[in-house]
Design a protein around this ligand. Sequence first.
Ligand code: SF4
Length: 201
Amino acid sequence: MRWDLPVLSENYKCSVSLDLPLQNCQPTRACRQVCYAAQGRQYFRRSIIKALAVDRLITLDPERVAHKMIDEAAGRIIRIAGSGEILPAHTDVVAYTEAYGGKWWGFTRRTDTHQRLPSLMFSFDATTPTRVVQYVRDYVPIDRRAYLRRPEDPPASMPIAVTFPVHGPLTRYTSGVPVHETDCPFDRQEVEGCSSCRRCY
Ligand code: SF4
């Protein structure tokens, strides 16, 4: 835990992200199979240690973390969370970020986090428990719904904003996933990054 080091991480897809520990996740069966943050650079030892440290810094002083994030982002929109999940108890850091003029966007798979931050996209997949799928139907607007799709999965069972064909560094299954009109254009190599698309902002 060092305040002199950056809290944000650089991300070739979405510019800058707040990467948090995988221990904050409530993974589905599909997540366990294909989680992109459990492979590649985000699973290097130093990345894991950094995510754990940043999580503790947020607990210690969310206002100071928000100031650091805004400084480091330098006008860029911060992706929350680039790995792992933000916990409901940690959402103060987002409120401070907004209060001091920072911009953010992101995803969750946790209903308790979504209740605190309802403008997050909510990700689900073909193995998401029924009660969570019902939560998405009841409480998540269509333009905030995201669906992770493996090659063997059907399209989402409800209207959604975006489908993510599986695209981890090791689980490069995108070409095996049938094309769908809601596919993320970055994953289909149609845009160079989220800033050219902004569907999830
Ligand atoms: S749909 Fe657009 S904004 Fe969302 S993750 Fe894909 S490229 Fe980024």
